[in-house]
Each structure stands twice: as C-alpha cells, then as structure tokens.
Design a protein around this ligand. Structure first.
Ligand SMILES: [Zn+2]
Length: 446
C-alpha cells in the first residue's frame, strides 16, 4: 500500500510539476528588453567588431568589444558570489588559412561557466557572436555596427547570464561570445576543440545568430515566430549507423534534432504566444553559423534565430541607394522580440540544467509482435523519479504521444505496433524537468 501511495505521489508530482515550478515564469519575466537594448547599443558603438579589427583601442574594434563583454560577465559573477568562471579561450589563426584571413589573428572567445552542483562536467551552452562585418568580408576598418548580426545574440547571451546566475543548477551552463564567425566559423571551431581536449560532456549548443529582426525582406512583420535549425543526423555517424537507419529508422532523429524538439516543446509549454518553427536543415540554404563546428565533431547544436530576415540590413556597407537604407544599424532591431528569444533560451537552459542525465544504451524491440518493448540503462541519479517514453507517427515532427513509466529500466507498450511509430525516451527529475529524448541506438530480439 505504501509503495502504491509513493508511486501515486510520484506520478502526481510529475503531472503537476511539469508546469507548476514558477521559477520558469520568473525567468521569462526577468529578461529585460531595455538592458538588451543598452547592450546592443554598447556593442554597435565599438564602430567595428570585425575579427581582424583593432585590438588595442579602448573604444573601437574587437579588442575593446571583447574586454567589455568580459567585464560584463565579471560584473554578473561578482553579483552572484563569483558563480561564473570567466576566461578568454583563444586560438591563433594564421594568414591564408582561407581567403578571409588576410593576416595572422588571435581568435578570442569570451567564456563564462556557471558550474553545475552535481554534474559540473555536463554543459548546456548558449552562444552569441562578438564579430561583425560589412559588404567586403575582408574590410576590417569600415563601420560595421552588426546590431542584429550579431550584437542581438551576444546581448541576449549576457542577459541570460544575468538572470540565470541568480539560480543554482545541477548541470553546468556556459554563456559564450564567439569570435571569427564571419571569417569562417573559427571561434566555434576553437571552443569545440577546447571542449574535446577537456573532455566536456556537452548536452547541446544553442547558437543565437540574429534574434532581433521582425520586418522581413519579404514584407512580413512578425514578432512571434522564430526558427530552430537542426541537422537530421550527426556528420560523425559511422557507416554501420548509416546502414542500420535504412532498416530501423532515425533519418530525422539525430541528437541535434532532439534538442530542437526540446526547445520547441518547452517554448510551446511556457510561452504559448510564441510560434517556434523547426526547420529541418543544418542552417539557412548554403549559409553557415556557429553551431556547425560543434556538430562537425559530434556535439548536439542548433541555431535559434528570427523567422524573417532582411538582407539589406546584413553584411552591408552603411549607405543609401534608391531610397533603400543599407546597413545593420541599431534602429532596425526590435528589442522586445530579442528579449522574447532570450527568454526562450533561458527557459531551455534552465530546464535542461535542472534535469537528470538521460538514460543510456536505449534499445528497442518488438518485431512481428503486437507490442513495442524498450530497455535502457538508468542514470543512477537519486533525484530522477523515472522515465518517460515518447512516440509519434512516422510523419510527425514532434513527440506527440508519451507515457511516464516510473523508475524502471524496461517497459512494454502494449498494443503499440513498432512498425507504425518512432520511439524515444527521456528521464524525469523530481521537479518535473526532463532530459532531451534519446532515440534507441540498438535493436534487441528475444
Ligand atoms: Zn553574419
């Protein structure tokens, strides 16, 4: 009886706590559009933040910009009893590495780590970019305010650090300003390499690149929609994994796609006024972003950005031609919208950082049987109250069906035929926060 009662209480707490932790709503409310506006102005006022620009001036160039970003993280850390470990992570990129590196340059990222209390080596990362450019990618002297691309993402990252540093988390959160994006994604490559060298267990990267434009080049004005780009499967998968997908599925179920689904679901739950659009591709058609270097080495990573871009305001010399004003200037940024997308990031960072590690060694079975069976390895976290099995129609982009199954390591979904659905499983913590869904990596027969 006692056991049944405990189970009931646990189940009830799962059902309730999924949306009763007011901290998530507090976080959304605390994100400030006016602080983001102030920071975008500060960043734009460094004249240019081109990766190859001046590093000695205190008022102009990328050196001044990164020192200011570091001082902001340092200030935030001082206000939270030194809860952030703030440092420069840098790599020398030599002249001629590609056509956009016309001289040797130190590509410098500004990293702020809020260490997790329980899993300090598990990291969820929010990134923005420090650098900016004009029409000619190699012009490192002309004014390049880069207000939307990408002071918006950088300011959002700093604001998320301000708010989330007031809380403690089981997993670590990294807030980072990356550099060298416009010259060839060098900052992301540098940090991904640093992560590998230091054996960081990266849960995922949320790359924010342009989160402030609401008036599209197509004429659409929309302050509710945003895009979540994710690649289908990691480029590091093995030939064996690729072959097995033909028979068992998983073409649209890589780790980055699961992170995209997580952000989609969390947004729909806590910010239902927003319209997240999952885009089933690595990035915009033929274009790049700073999540890619992380994807390249097998880490989960997505790009979060506005739904409607305006190309006359990206990568442009500031000028007027035929009454069109070109240039990425502050006047075009919608700060309320940037604050909303920052809130999207913050609630996902918090949800993931408060969640237990996912189950591992997830296996699936049920060939020519009336039911689907799942087996997994538990995470051994005493705060994990159990696991949740998800499934969906094979044509659906989202995990539409689910069932909490308690703290066990195998379960049979009776009457659910394996052929007609895709399946996954997450772990659930005592406050209701869930890990991203894990897609089965192995098939068992018995
Ligand atoms: Zn750009």
């Amino acid at each position: 009886m006692k056991k049944i009662l405990t189970c009931l209480v646990l189940l009830l707490s799962v059902l309730l706590s999924a949306q009763t932790d007011s901290r998530i709503y507090d976080i959304i409310d605390a994100i400030s559009a006016s602080r983001i506006e102030k920071d975008i102005n500060t960043l734009a006022n460094f004249g240019t933040r081109h990766t190859l620009s001046d590093t000695l001036s205190n008022t102009r160039g990328i050196g001044a910009a990164r020192r200011w970003i570091k001082s902001e993280f340092d200030n935030i850390s001082r206000d939270c009893n030194n809860c952030l470990n703030v440092f420069y992570q840098k790599d020398m990129v030599t002249k001629g590495t590609n056509q956009r590196i016309v001289k040797d340059v130190m590509v410098v990222n500004v990293v702020a780590i809020q260490k997790g209390t329980k899993y300090p080596n598990r990291y969820i990362i929010m990134s923005g970019d420090i650098d900016s450019r004009v029409t000619d990618p190699n012009n490192y002297t002309s004014d390049a305010p880069g207000a939307n691309d990408n002071a918006s993402g950088m300011a959002g990252t700093i604001e998320a650090a301000r708010i989330l540093s007031k809380y403690t988390f089981e997993n670590s959160i990294i807030y980072v300003g990356l550099s060298g994006e416009e010259q060839g994604l060098f900052g992301g490559k540098g940090l991904a390499g640093y992560a590998q060298k230091n054996n960081w267990d990266i849960i995922g990267v949320m790359n924010n690149d342009m989160i402030g434009n609401i008036k599209g080049v197509d004429g659409v004005i929309d302050n509710r929609s945003f895009r979540i780009f994710s690649e289908p499967v990691p480029p590091t998968e093995t030939e064996k994994e690729r072959k097995s997908r033909r028979f068992y599925g998983g073409e649209v179920d890589g780790i980055s796609r699961q992170l995209a689904r997580y952000v989609y679901k969390t947004t729909k739950l806590y910010m239902p006024e927003m319209n997240p659009m999952m885009i089933y591709r690595l990035d915009r058609f033929g274009r790049g972003g700073h999540h890619r270097p992380f994807n390249d080495v097998g880490f989960a990573g997505i790009r979060i950005m506005e739904a409607h871009e305006n190309y006359t305001q990206q990568h442009q010399d500031i000028r007027e031609e035929n009454t069109i004003k070109y240039g990425d200037v502050v006047e075009h940024v919608n700060f309320e919208y940037a604050a909303k997308l920052t809130a999207v990031n913050a609630i996902n960072l918090a949800s993931i950082a408060w969640s237990p590690p996912p189950p591992s060694e997830v296996k699936i079975g049920g060939i020519v049987e009336p039911s689907t069976k799942l087996k997994w390895k538990k995470n051994n976290d005493p705060n994990c109250i159990g696991y949740k099995i998800y499934w969906r129609d094979t044509t659906s982009p989202t995990w539409d069906y689910s069932r909490f199954v308690g703290d066990i390591n195998t379960f049979t979904l009776k009457g659910i035929v394996i052929d007609n659905f895709f399946f996954g499983i997450s772990s659930v913590g005592k406050d209701g926060y869930e890990s991203p869904v894990v897609f089965p990596s192995e098939v068992f027969r018995n």
